[in-house]
Design a protein around this ligand. Structure first.
Ligand code: ASN
Length: 340
């Protein structure tokens, strides 16, 4: 019999409508268990840890990530897999940071939730949760098939740090256009073996140091120098710069000078694209050529969620600018594809 650990953090899956205000509010795990009598029929031993309070995932924060990661570490030896029930709004951030915190993971950590609460007739919660449990328990030759942090939603399994929430209205809430889907659930669950991480020979290590001094600069035509300066002067160690197309920016001297000064003053600037598909290619156009020369870092095809959380993780690991700069451009948990 498989032992599966369920961590319930909240999200729409377990929400009910407040009769006074008509808004959705998180409710306890009992609601899920009551609406899912099939849980008792499963051939797994389930252990449930419910967070207090349970939250809408828009209230997610690093202290809760630490708690989740610690629970996984504390129960790692005794369970075959972990399912984290989580709101979809920030699920990709949590999946990304957990992928960095849980190095050398050899067991599945599957985040899932739903777009409609479990008590609604047309809910997607039942299927999502049942499929997440099945994937969390799937083994072959005594080894877990999934050895990484994933998101299961609408019959698709995504690498967590490659995914993002792209639709707030459809059951198909997530996508990972820069990396293949890891598995698809139909009559059978078909795993995309070549796309999976194999951590069999690695050591499992929990990293608990996070430094959230990360900022974001999203470019747009007409952005004012004052605004850019305010961001670059903020008390952060790194800035994720969301650029155009394949990593392009304005070439105005004042702009490049500001970036160069920030890098010289100890800040890392990471170039990721506003496009959801494709990769940053510094030097492909004249409009990105100067960036490399002043020390702007290449974010390749990382999602925004992976970029922000990777920097928090790396800044927790290293006090110096150079080490963070070095590792952020490397593929450490399958989060980016280096194309040069
Ligand atoms: N607001 C909800 C949450 O992220 C959305 C959901 O779970 N579908 O907690």
């Amino acid at each position: 019999m498989q032992n599966i650990f369920i961590i319930y953090t909240g999200g729409t899956i377990g929400m009910v409508k407040d009769p006074d205000t008509g808004t959705f509010v998180p409710f306890d795990f009992e609601l899920i268990a009551r609406n899912l009598p099939d849980l008792a029929r499963l051939n797994y031993r389930l252990t449930v840890h419910s967070f207090t309070p349970i939250i809408d995932s828009s209230n997610m924060k690093p202290s809760i990530w630490l708690e989740m990661a610690q629970i996984i570490k504390d129960n790692y030896e005794h369970y075959d897999g972990f399912v984290i029930l989580h709101g979809s709004d920030t699920m990709s951030f949590s999946a990304s940071i957990l992928s960095f915190m849980l190095e050398g993971l050899q067991k599945p950590v599957i985040l899932s939730g739903s777009q409609l609460p479990i008590g609604e007739i047309r809910t997607d919660a039942r299927e999502n949760m049942m499929t997440a449990l099945e994937i969390a328990s799937a083994k072959e030759n005594g080894k877990a098939i999934i050895q990484e942090v994933c998101i299961l939603f609408d019959n698709k399994l995504f690498r967590g740090n490659r995914s993002f929430k792209y639709n707030s209205a459809k059951f198909e809430a997530f996508r990972s256009p820069n990396y293949p889907v890891l598995a698809e659930a139909g009559i059978h669950i078909n795993y995309n073996r070549e796309a999976l991480l194999d951590n069999t020979d690695k050591e499992f290590i929990l990293h608990t140091e996070l430094d959230n001094r990360v900022g974001v600069l999203k470019l747009f035509p007409g952005i004012s120098p004052d605004f850019i300066r305010a961001i670059l002067d903020a008390d952060v160690r790194s800035i994720v710069m969301e650029t155009f197309g394949s990593g392009n920016t304005m070439t105005d001297e004042w702009f490049l000078d500001m970036l160069a000064a920030a890098v010289k003053n100890g800040k890392n600037i990471l170039d990721i694209s506003q496009c959801k598909v494709g990769s940053v290619e510094l030097g492909r156009y004249e409009t990105s050529q100067g960036l490399k020369a002043i020390g702007v870092l290449n974010g390749y095809d990382m999602t925004f969620e992976a970029a922000v959380t990777k920097l928090m993780y790396l800044q927790g690991q290293f006090d110096d600018q150079e080490s963070v700069a070095y590792w952020v451009e490397k593929n450490i948990r399958g989060e980016l594809t280096v194309n040069d």
